[in-house]
Write a protein that binds this ligand. Structure first.
Ligand SMILES: [Zn+2]
Length: 1082
């Protein structure tokens, strides 16, 4: 969830070498954007339930777009190399470390990340510490405990939430939230894995960094939650009873969070089992596992390595050795002697064709012991070869079979003790289940027998090497990505440095392929690990329209029994306890307590915004922006075309048009060949639309962007391929297009279920402004509805669609109005100009149509979108410019403060929602409130409506205000790698945001006063009075709301099929954020 509001969102790269696509750890965490997916309990890792629900989540990144996937998704997984141009600082001598109580175990220079790494052991407790030194200013700290759960009560997950709720030195309700509010962190979060819990922080500001480290260390070792049952109740579970005459219900942050996780055993917790957990067990788990002897600590960056040990010794010296390290040991599971099959039901909506909602997945546990690095790397290559791109054979054959609509759980998983491989399809009909299984096995057989195409091997090789060289982790700190790779071995007592050293194994793999041919390398792997591996578990999931209500009924029954077993006194006591907890939650921390959280002063904050070098010029009459930045010999480029002359009715075709450009092929090249060519010559090309309102203008910014990257020496190839994609691709492949449509529909349906808040936000924007309307047409509920009709139309009128696709191309492809954006070092920029010129000269001169004026919105109304769910997403939004509000930098501070205090306390803490937040889009003037996985509906709306009064009644002291300002600056100055800097600069150019204006906004932010808060109340009142409401919610809750407030909601039913949860924690306007960048005016 987006508590941490880093404007640029992230790409976490985690596992060892081969994490090419859609494989992120289920990074569950309490706050910033969280939650784990992977299989949970390591002891049951390969059981079908676990394997069947390896559901991955990526932090803040829109997976749905094929475009973004091809550019960032599959290329950013390798994140091993940190840029370092100066020699690393030297390490403390033996003496200093000794004096602080540490012995040096080993020391290495890791050339892959130009870092010096030392492994220490704290002598008294045995705690292990890795201290990595280099010149990366984005410093990272992380502490990791091995926490294998015994059951599905969710202890590790509840503990992960709870330790951040106050500690010995920081006795607040939530120091974590104070850090979010008032620090410059570039990362702040926590993750629960199936067998470990990680607490990482990052910052570029040294003082800030050490503040964060201290709060985290105190939190994990001395949390208040082990003495205070209220935290356990709040974060874990409790019975709630407001009045003895009412029904008892379950409440708890983790309980609600896991409601959508419907299956299996889970370190995250199963809502059926969470209420079995007692406070005693919870305390004992902390005592046993949150101990230095069971901890592994990571430091990374350009700070003083001696100081790191100094900080640690202060904490670690307070403990004696414990046997925790042995008791938390994770034992490998023996391989089964034969295949197994599991059939399970999952809750499905009643609408749609139930028959087509089956899914099947084949899972192999690859080995009963960890694999050596060579094998692991080779399996990673194999994974990419089989599944990494749309042209990869296993992926392509499954999707083209027409048997199902999207892959599930596909690929290698190597982050846990024993690696696994899974592949499956969803959206299949009952009678095709068998066929899918056969197709998978036959394809694997065929790949083992015939091997892979040479071009494909070369494309994978180049892709992998490019990723290694680029090491683009997005806004995910590089040091954290390294930590997660290292910990995947370290946590099992293996060498923590091995996973960071890829050069040698890569070289030798390449040599083996060159010498023996790829077949000799990969075929035996398929044979051994898959075809002849007896440990194969097939999971079939069958839709059950009754299951959701059945589960609800069961829960209700349990609660009724609980109530029936209570005496009148018990009930009175419970209602008193409920009241007490609520009161405690709603009582703010006293100012003295708040002061104890260390924070920066305003004087620590730079007075000027971060400037990106930017030069506007032209090449052959076309505007070109150049950003002279060190990029390690990589050229990043964007070519921007105007969408202004496109006909309205063609808008919803744009996403599929973009996908077709990359995945349909030309007269001379099949799409497989085109894809391989892109993989061999470049670091990736993507095409996608971008829309946004522009401050002070009526007409929106609406563009089509072609984005690409390559080594500078391959720039000519890059521009030739972009030209080929734009001009030569032919829209003739009806069957492929049909696949695109059904995959997109399936993706949208998943989004509706997992990220209802994004759908609601898009819907509200579509009512309020044109850019929002356009985005919604291309990625909201309207788009989903369009896809439903399009699916029919592909069969009936393919000619028509094909010529519409051509018409789209004609309408935007022109040098007129085109802008080229380039990021690389100055010399490389100059050297590539001739290729840009050639590319531009080949573009047509004029667009065919005239300029179309956009003026479309959805009708203003309160809408409720019905989906099968147990939790709601509730939104309300209005345009505060139209109420007379004039943009001021203080609005960023105020909206952040509203989210961090009022909404956090009311919607999350006492309301029981997983999140409540607000967003102010300064480009359009839209102020929106949203909740995430919310058990309430009208009650949440009342909280939104109370925001104005909250602001008027607010009394913020100097300290709180400073924190709010610093936190806002932290968002504005978020850490960016060079490609992100260049891209953000382009967006600012497109949205008319000048550096002068950024300076003004920054000054306004820095001088925000209480008076600004009070004045903002009026603007917020206009949202209360004139705003629109959109809720994505259950039928039951909507009915109840309409009963309480007759005709409040217009009910909108969506015909859709949903599958087992694949969550996305994304709160965003779909396209503005598409590549993970939100451009603020500052
Ligand atoms: Zn959580």
């Amino acid at each position: 969830m987006l508590r941490s509001v880093n404007c640029t969102s992230s790409l976490g790269s985690t596992s060892l070498f081969f994490r090419f696509f859609h494989k992120y750890p289920r990074s569950c965490s309490s706050f910033s954007s969280s939650t784990t997916a992977v299989s949970r309990n390591i002891r049951r890792l390969s059981t079908p339930e676990a394997a069947g629900r390896r559901l991955f989540t990526r932090r803040g990144f829109n997976l749905r777009s094929a475009a973004s996937r091809s550019l960032n998704g599959q290329f950013s997984r390798f994140s091993i190399r940190a840029v370092a141009t100066q020699p690393a600082p030297s390490y403390p001598g033996q003496d200093e470390a000794e004096k602080l109580g540490f012995e040096k175990v080993s020391e290495e220079f890791i050339s892959e990340c130009k870092s010096k790494a030392v492994l220490f052991k704290h002598k008294k407790t045995g705690c292990e510490v890795i201290s990595v030194s280099n010149d990366d200013e984005n410093k990272v700290f992380g502490i990791v405990f091995r926490t294998p759960p015994k059951d599905s009560t969710g202890i590790p997950h509840i503990l992960e939430h709870s330790v951040l709720c106050g500690s010995r030195k920081y006795p607040l309700k939530e120091p974590f939230v104070e850090l979010l509010k008032g620090s410059l962190h570039t990362f702040l979060n926590a993750f629960t894995y199936p067998d470990r819990t990680c607490y990482p922080v990052a910052s570029t500001n040294t003082k800030d960094f050490y503040n964060l480290v201290d709060v985290y260390l105190d939190a994990v070792f001395f949390p208040k939650c082990v003495d205070d049952v209220h935290t356990f109740q709040q974060e874990g579970w409790h019975y709630e009873l407001n009045d003895p005459s009412e029904d008892i219900s379950y409440k708890g942050v983790v309980f609600n969070e896991m409601k959508e996780n419907t299956y299996g055993v889970d370190s995250g917790g199963d809502p059926k089992d969470i209420p079995k957990l007692t406070f005693e067990e919870f305390k004992e788990f902390h005592r046993q596992y949150y101990h230095p002897s069971n901890a592994r600590i990571w430091f990374y960056g350009d700070d003083d390595p001696v100081h790191r040990l100094r900080i640690l010794s202060e904490y670690l010296d307070m403990f004696n050795a414990s046997p925790a390290r042995d008791s938390s040991k994770v034992e490998p599971q023996k391989l089964f002697s034969g295949p197994r099959r599991i059939v399970e039901k999952y809750p499905a909506g009643e609408d749609g064709d139930l028959k087509k909602k089956h899914m099947v997945c084949l899972n192999w546990l690859l080995s009963d012991k960890p694999l050596d690095l060579q094998t692991q790397l080779a399996l990673g290559f194999l994974d990419h070869l089989m599944l990494g791109t749309p042209a990869s054979p296993l992926r392509k054959i499954l999707l083209e079979s027409g048997l199902g609509e999207a892959l599930v759980n596909s690929g290698m998983e190597d982050e846990l003790l024993q690696p696994q491989f899974s592949i499956g399809l969803k959206g299949i009909s009952d009678e095709n289940v068998q066929k899918v299984e056969e197709l998978i096995m036959n394809t694997l057989r065929k790949l083992a027998d015939e091997g892979f195409d040479t071009d494909a091997v070369e494309a994978s090789m180049n892709t992998i090497e490019f990723s290694l060289r680029e090491n683009n982790t997005g806004s995910f700190p590089r040091g954290l990505s390294l930590m997660l790779q290292s910990i995947a071995k370290w946590i099992y007592d293996m060498d923590p440095f091995t996973p960071l050293k890829y050069e040698e194994p890569l070289k030798s793999l390449k040599a083996r392929i060159a010498e023996k041919g790829s077949k000799a390398v990969f075929s035996p792997l398929i044979e051994k690990f898959i075809l002849k591996n007896p440990h194969c578990v097939t999971i079939e999931m069958q839709p059950d329209p009754e299951k959701a209500s059945q589960e609800e009924a069961e829960e209700k029954e349990i609660l009724e029994k609980v109530k029936a077993s209570m005496t009148e006194e018990d009930l009175a006591e419970l209602s008193r306890a409920t009241e007490e907890l609520t009161l405690k939650q709603e009582t703010p921390d006293p100012p003295e307590a708040l002061k104890c959280v260390p924070s920066l002063n305003l004087s620590d904050i730079p007075k000027e915004p971060i400037y990106v070098p930017s030069e506007v010029g032209d090449i052959n009459g076309v505007k070109v922006l150049r950003h002279d930045l060190f990029t390690n010999d990589i050229l990043y480029t964007e070519v921007v075309f105007d969408m202004g002359s496109l006909k309205h009715e063609l808008l919803p075709l744009i996403p599929l048009f973009c996908q077709s450009l990359l995945e349909m092929g030309t007269k001379d090249l099949t799409f497989v060949q085109l894809n391989q060519l892109i993989g061999r010559k470049t670091g990736g090309i993507s095409v996608y639309p971008l829309t946004s309102s522009v401050w002070g203008r009526d007409d929106p910014c609406s563009k089509i962007i072609v984005r690409g990257k390559s080594m500078v020496g391959r720039a000519e190839d890059l521009f030739n391929l972009m030209n080929c994609v734009l001009q030569e691709v032919r829209f003739t492949d009806q069957q492929r297009f049909k696949q695109f449509v059904s995959q997109s529909r399936a993706g949208m349906e998943n989004q509706l279920r997992g990220s209802g808040q994004a759908i609601a936000a898009a819907r509200m924007e579509a009512m309020l402004n044109v850019a929002g309307w356009m985005s919604e047409q291309m990625g909201g509920l309207s788009y989903l509805e369009y896809l439903h009709t399009l699916e029919q139309k592909v069969d009936q009128d393919w000619e028509g669609i094909s010529s519409s696709l051509e018409e789209i191309r004609r309408s935007f492809l022109s040098r007129n109005g085109c802008i080229v954006n380039m990021t690389a070092d100055g010399k490389s920029l100059t050297n590539t100009e001739k290729f840009v010129g050639k590319f531009l000269d080949s573009l047509p001169e004029n667009t065919s149509g005239g300029l179309v004026t956009w003026d479309a919105r959805l009708p203003l109304r309160n809408e409720a979108i019905v989906i099968p769910t147990q939790v709601n997403y509730v939104g309300k939004a209005g345009n505060i410019y139209s109420s007379g509000y004039e943009l001021d930098g203080s609005s960023y501070v105020i909206s952040k403060h509203i989210g961090n205090t009022w909404l956090w306390d009311r919607v999350r803490v006492s309301g029981g929602a997983y999140g409540g937040f607000c967003d102010f889009d300064s480009h359009s003037g839209t102020f929106s409130f949203l909740s995430y996985r919310d058990p309430n509906l009208l009650k949440t709306l009342d909280i939104y409506d109370g925001t104005g009064d909250f602001l008027r009644g607010l009394d913020v002291d100097e300290d709180t205000l400073t924190k709010a300002i610093i936190g806002t600056i932290g968002d504005v100055d978020s850490y960016q790698l060079p490609d992100a800097k260049g891209y953000t600069s382009l967006l600012r150019h497109l949205l008319n945001v000048t550096d002068e204006e950024r300076q003004i906004r920054r000054e306004e932010i820095l001088s925000t006063s209480l008076k600004d808060f009070k004045e903002f109340a009026e603007a917020i009142d206009s949202v209360r009075d004139k705003g629109v409401t959109v809720a994505v919610a259950s039928q039951e809750d909507i009915d109840a709301a309409n009963k309480e407030r007759p005709n409040f909601f217009e009910v909108k039913k969506v015909l859709f099929i949903f599958y087992v949860r694949i969550s996305q924690y994304k709160f965003s306007r779909i396209f503005v954020y598409l590549l993970g960048f939100k451009t603020s005016l500052v």
